[in-house]
Each structure stands twice: as structure tokens, then as C-alpha cells.
Design a protein around this ligand. Sequence first.
Ligand code: S3P
Length: 181
Amino acid sequence: MAMHNGRHLANLALVGFMGTGKTSVGRVIAEYLHFEFLDTDDLIQTRTGRTIADIFAKDGEPAFRALERQIVGELAARNKTVISTGGGLPTNLENLKALKAHALVVCLWAAPEKIWERVRNQSHRPLLHDPDPQRKIRELLAVREPFYKQADVLINTDQRSAREVAQQIVLQFKLATRPAR
Ligand code: S3P
């Protein structure tokens, strides 16, 4: 199994703010690496039979975060999987630590203006149901930045297509998992 500074890099995890392209980039990476693709939000929705918005609205954010923690605990059993995570998942340092135990953690970064461009026509994210979503994006991003920056690799997606970002990440993953000589 691929080792990296004493870690077993069986998987690749994507973290980052909403709208940075984790899902689209993750699917392309999975194709390149012949890995399975898994999205923590999808898993939560399939498992509960409910939408993220419904969980936030009826049970509140802490209930959603508890579901995320539970999923993260199960991910250690995965192998050859690209894991795309919900934007708030790494703000729990235990989650980040648990991911790092078996995955190279890559953060997709984007400027708040870019994020707004990408999410403005979507309505499924409860945290952006706000009278001033652009302000909310800047605020959340500022709070989360120190967490995102603890990823193993940080990639700016502002000027790049999903395919270019994916290619860069595949390269990083291959470097990190190449056999030591
Ligand atoms: C969230 C991001 C969403 C989803 C939930 C909360 C967040 O995932 O997990 O709405 O806290 O940033 P995406 O990053 O895939 O949009």
C-alpha cells in the first residue's frame, strides 16, 4: 500500500468550500485513477432518505454534523476511493485527522467572487439561504480558511477547468504515493 510520511494513502479526499468543484473534479479524478467515487453529502442523503436541506431545516445543523462525523468514521475502511466532502466537514479537526489517516487530503480553493458565480443559480445549500449570500460566503470562508489550509495540498481553482484541476491533483497523488527508493 502507498505510504507517505508513515501514512497509508489508500484514498484521495477533496475538501473545500461549497462551489469549488469538489464533485465535478472528484469524478474526473476517479476516472483517471480508476478509483471509486463517493460524496459524503450523497451518502448522508441516501442513508437518511432525506435531502440535506430537509435535515438542516427539521433537525438543525448539529444533527447534520453528527451524521458527517459518523460517515467519516466509516471511510477508514475504504480503498481506492475519491472522497468528495461537504464544505463544512473539515472544520471539525477530528474529521480532518481521520481523513488524513487513510487519504491524501486535497483542498480546492476559490475566491469568494468565483464561489458566488458558481453557486448563485443553485438553491440546494441551506447555509446560503441568507438575505446577503455574498457576505455569508466571505464570512464562512474567513472562518474556515485555517481549517482548509491544513490539507496536504491546496489547489487554486479560480482560473482552471475541472479537468485541469483534476490532472494536477492526479499528478500530486502519484508523487505522494510513488514507491520510496
Ligand atoms: C455545507 C456544504 C454542503 C453540504 C451542506 C453544508 C457547508 O456541501 O454539506 O449544505 O457547511 O459548507 P458542498 O460543499 O458539497 O456544497
